[in-house]
Design a protein. Structure first.
Length: 277
């Protein structure tokens, strides 16, 4: 995994073989642009491995490892979505990326909103996958507090046990056991400190509903048809709030739409990148 100082990230660059790209390549024959994908909770950047093949569409694809996840070093764990967003600004600056299509799944979407709030100038486009704009209501905060306590007592297995049953739809659980195994492996590779920090970030995140009307870059919203954590109605709410946003509902997918139906997810992204950005 490439590193830049304290940052770790997955990266795929367009190859010379990506001749299926209909548009001319960027200036000097380089990539058409950069796509940055931020991972969900309590996962790792590896959840985006299937999306690295979007590089064949002519795009540079980067999936940052959030602070402390997947065994990456962290002097202090993040405790807010703003901490994660600040790291992403540092990574983008370190890689000399002035503008990118930036997005994430679920917690990655919450962090995308935080980054937009602080540094909208980096956004050439936005991708919001299986996520929502509102903050946690009081009852959900209580649930987060219980999970935080459980993670402190029992480690990351406590978060994995609570999250896994909710992440994928029944068809995925029955027919794609490797997806569920992969999710558990990613979760168990994280430190309890990083996961606890992310729980704090989730439960303290602000309401991003007022941000929606300020988003004027091309925006793609994607959601699994059977997403039990952030159901399609929440994506419809975001679509109503963001002028011109496109919404794609992925059949036979739950919350982890990119892992459950990678071909449909990638097709939605490829279409968006080609037509809208
Ligand atoms: C995620 O997938 O990142 C989490 O489900 C987010 C959440 O629990 O709100």
């Amino acid at each position: 995994m490439p590193t830049l100082g304290r940052f770790h990230y997955l990266e795929a660059l367009p190859s010379e073989a990506s001749s299926s790209v209909r548009r001319p390549r960027g200036a000097g024959g380089g990539p058409l642009g950069t796509l940055v994908l931020i991972h969900g909770f309590p996962l790792t950047a590896r959840m985006w491995e299937g999306q690295l093949r979007l590089a064949s569409q002519g795009w540079r694809v980067i999936a940052p490892q959030l602070r402390g996840f997947d065994g990456t070093p962290a002097a202090s764990p993040a405790a807010s979505v703003d901490d994660f967003a600040g790291d992403l600004v540092d990574l983008l600056d370190g890689l000399h990326i002035d503008q990118a299509v930036i997005g994430g799944l679920s917690m990655g979407g919450y962090i995308t909103f935080a980054l937009f709030r602080h540094a909208a100038r980096y956004f050439r486009g936005m991708v919001l996958a299986d996520t929502r704009a509102p903050a946690d209501p009081p009852q959900a905060v209580e649930g987060r507090q219980r999970m935080l306590q459980a993670v402190r007592e029992r480690g990351v297995a406590a978060a994995a046990d609570e999250m896994l049953p909710k992440l994928v739809c029944d068809a995925t659980r029955a027919n794609q056991p490797a997806v569920v195994d992969n999710l558990r492996t990613m979760m168990m590779g994280n430190s309890s400190e990083a996961v606890a920090g992310a729980i704090l970030a989730l439960m303290t995140r602000p309401d991003s509903t007022p941000v929606l009307a300020t988003i004027h870059c091309p925006t793609l919203i994607v959601v699994g048809e059977q997403d039990a954590i952030t159901p399609p109605s929440m994506s419809q709410d975001m679509q109503r709030g963001i002028a011109g946003a496109e919404l794609v509902v992925i059949p036979e997918a739950g919350h982890m739409s990119n892992l459950e139906q990678p071909a449909a997810f990638n097709a939605a992204l490829a279409h968006f990148l080609e037509r809208n950005v």
